[in-house]
Design a protein around this ligand. Structure first.
Ligand code: DAH
Length: 502
C-alpha cells in the first residue's frame, strides 16, 4: 500500500485485506483519502490509551457557525479556520468545476426515478451518524481526534458520505439514491491529499413485501437483466463471500439473494467506471492523435467495511498499476432494521470524486480544485451543459519547487502528567505536523514527507526530520517568501507540539 503511511496508527487504520502498490507518474496514490479508507476493522491495541485527553486550544471559540447554523464547541473542537472556510465552497455543485462534472457523469449511470440525487446535505453530522449508525466499534481509530475534525464530542465534519445512509434508508423515499458531498479528514500533505474532498455514495434497495411473490433474488435478477451490458474484461477470482472476514448474512439473506444483489452491484459499478474511462479516452484521443487505446481492465477484490458483508473494492488497471477506485458491499441488515425498514435489503458503494476527476481530466495536483484561477477554471467552461466537450487539463505552468527541511526532537517526558498539548513519542501524531504546516502555508505547500527518524540510543528521545516542498500553483515563490513561511512553521511546531528544533 505504498510507502507513504508511516506511523503505526495510520497503518492500522488503513490496513486493507489485500495490499498493492498504487503509483501513477503524476499522482501518488494509496488507500488513503479520496475513496475508501475505512476498509479496516483492526484497531491498535493501545489506540485508546494513546489518545491524548482533549484539551481546548487557547483559540477555541465557544461557538462556531457553519452554513448558518451555530454549534457549541467543547474540548474536542479541532477544526482549523482554513477547513471551516471550505465548508461553503460546495465544489461538487459548482457549474463547470471538474468535481461537479465528474458527479454529473456518474449520476448519468444511475437514472431517475429509480435513483434520487441528494447533493445538499450539510457537512455537520453527529458522531452517531458518522460512526455508530454504521457499526463502527467504539475504539475504531477513525474516530480519533487525530483523524477526524470535531466541533464537539457529539458533532463533527462528516468523514464520509456513508454518514447519511441510515437517514436515507429510514426515509425510504426511492429504490436507490446517490449522495454527493464534501467530506473532511485530517491527513497528510501531498498532491493527492487535501483535508476536504468529495465523495459520492450510492445505494439500491429492494423490499421483500413489494417484489412479486416476495422473491428478492428473482426481482434483482430481473432488474439486472434490464441494465446495459459492457465488454470490459473483469477479473473476479474470489468466492462471493468469506466465512470469517465477509460472511453471508445468513440470518437475513439466502445465498441466492446475496448473490443476486452482488451481481447487480458489480454490473452497476462496472458500468460506472466504463462510462468514466470511455469519456477519459475520448478526451485523450481528441487531443492527442497518437493516443493508443489500452483496453480497460477491472478487478474485484475482497475488502472490509463495518457496514457491509460481503464487501469489495474495485480496482482499475491504469498506467501500469492496479488502482483502487471504490468500496462497496451488501449492506448490513442491522442498518435497515435500525432504520425501521427491516423488509428492505440491498447494496451500497462509496467513491472519491476528486481522485476520479484527477484521472479523468489528468489533473496533477488536488490543490488545483480549490483554485479560483481562470487559467484552471476556464478550461472546463461549458462542459456541465455538454459533457461531450470534456477535455483533458492542460497545465498552465509548473513553478519551481522549494524544499526546506525541519528536524526536531520530540519531548522526552511521558504523558503521565496529563496532556499539555505538546508532543512526545507517545502522543505525537503526524497529522498534527501536517495540519500546522497547512494552516500556515495554505495551498502553497505541495508535499510534506518524513525523510528521517531515529531514537537516540542513550536518551531514548525520538528525532524526526520532515522535508517540506513549498510550491505555489500560481506563481514562483521567492526564497525569501519560502523562508518566511518556513520560519513560521518552525515556530508553530515548537509552540504547538513542544518539540525541540535540532
Ligand atoms: N464510506 C466508505 C469510506 O469512505 C466507502 C464505502 C464503502 C461506502 C462501502 C459504502 C460502502 O457505501 O458500502 O471509506
Amino acid at each position: 500500500m505504498g510507502g507513504r503511511r508511516r506511523l503505526a496508527a495510520s497503518l492500522l487504520r488503513f490496513s486493507p485485506i489485500q495490499s498493492q502498490s498504487h503509483h501513477v507518474p503524476w499522482i501518488r496514490l494509496h488507500p488513503g483519502q479520496c475513496w475508501a479508507p475505512y476498509s479496516s476493522s483492526s484497531v491498535s491495541p493501545s489506540a485508546q490509551t494513546q489518545l491524548p485527553k482533549p484539551t481546548p486550544r487557547p483559540e477555541t471559540p465557544s461557538t462556531i457557525t457553519i452554513n448558518g447554523k451555530t454549534y457549541p464547541t467543547d474540548a474536542w473542537f479541532n477544526v482549523p479556520s482554513n477547513v471551516l472556510a471550505s465548508t461553503n465552497r460546495r465544489l461538487h455543485l459548482q457549474k463547470d468545476h471538474p468535481v461537479s462534472i465528474t458527479r454529473q457523469i456518474l449520476e448519468s449511470v444511475f437514472p431517475r426515478p429509480t435513483f434520487r440525487y441528494h447533493n445538499d446535505f450539510d457537512p455537520v453530522v453527529s458522531t452517531y451518524e458518522n460512526f455508530d449508525s454504521l457499526g463502527f466499534p467504539p475504539d475504531h481509530p477513525g474516530r480519533s481526534r487525530s483523524d477526524t475534525y470535531y466541533i464537539n464530542r457529539e458533532t463533527l465534519l462528516r468523514t464520509h458520505t456513508s454518514a447519511h445512509e441510515a437517514a436515507l434508508f429510514s426515509a425510504s423515499a426511492s429504490d436507490g439514491y446517490l449522495i454527493s458531498a464534501d467530506v473532511y479528514r485530517r491527513d497528510e500533505v501531498d498532491r493527492s491529499h487535501y483535508p476536504v474532498f468529495h465523495q459520492m455514495e450510492g445505494a439500491r434497495v429492494w423490499d421483500r413485501t413489494k417484489v412479486p411473490n416476495g422473491d428478492i433474488a428473482a426481482a434483482v435478477y430481473a432488474d439486472l437483466a434490464r441494465l446495459p451490458t459492457h465488454n470490459v474484461k473483469v477479473e473476479d477470482p474470489n468466492p462471493p463471500s468469506h466465512p470469517e472476514r465477509n460472511p453471508l448474512q445468513s440470518a437475513h439473506h439466502s445465498p441466492a439473494e446475496a448473490e443476486a444483489i452482488a451481481a447487480h452491484l458489480k454490473r452497476s459499478l462496472e458500468l460506472m467506471v466504463v462510462e468514466i474511462f470511455t469519456r477519459a479516452k475520448a478526451a485523450a484521443a481528441k487531443q492527442d492523435p497518437n493516443y493508443v487505446d489500452e483496453p480497460l481492465r477491472v478487478r474485484w477484490v475482497e475488502a472490509y467495511f463495518p457496514f457491509t458483508s460481503p464487501s469489495w473494492e474495485m480496482e482499475v488497471y491504469y498506467a501500469g498499476d492496479w488502482l483502487e477506485v471504490l468500496g462497496c458491499g451488501v449492506s448490513k441488515q442491522e442498518l435497515f432494521i435500525n432504520a425501521g425498514v427491516p423488509s428492505q435489503l440491498g447494496w451500497a458503494f462509496g467513491i472519491g470524486l476528486d481522485r476520479i476527476a484527477m484521472l479523468l481530466f489528468q489533473i496533477p495536483d488536488i490543490r488545483l480544485f480549490w483554485s479560483r484561477d481562470e487559467r484552471f477554471l476556464g478550461q472546463f467552461a461549458g462542459v456541465s451543459d455538454n459533457l461531450d466537450l470534456l477535455k483533458r487539463f492542460v497545465p498552465f505552468s509548473k513553478y519551481p519547487a522549494c524544499y526546506k527541511d525541519v528536524s526536531f526532537w520530540l519531548r522526552a517526558t511521558s504523558a503521565a502528567g496529563g496532556n499539555t498539548g505538546t508532543a512526545n513519542a507517545h502522543d505525537f501524531h503526524e497529522n498534527d505536523v501536517m495540519e500546522i504546516i497547512r494552516n500556515i502555508a495554505g495551498d502553497v505547500v505541495e508535499d510534506v514527507r518524513l525523510t528521517d527518524q531515529f531514537t537516540h540510543p542513550k536518551t531514548g528521545r525520538r528525532s524526526m526530520c520532515y522535508r517540506i516542498n513549498y510550491r505555489s500553483l500560481e506563481k514562483t515563490l521567492t526564497n525569501a517568501e519560502a523562508n518566511e513561511l518556513h520560519g513560521r512553521v518552525i515556530a508553530a511546531l515548537v509552540d504547538r507540539l513542544g518539540v525541540e528544533i535540532r
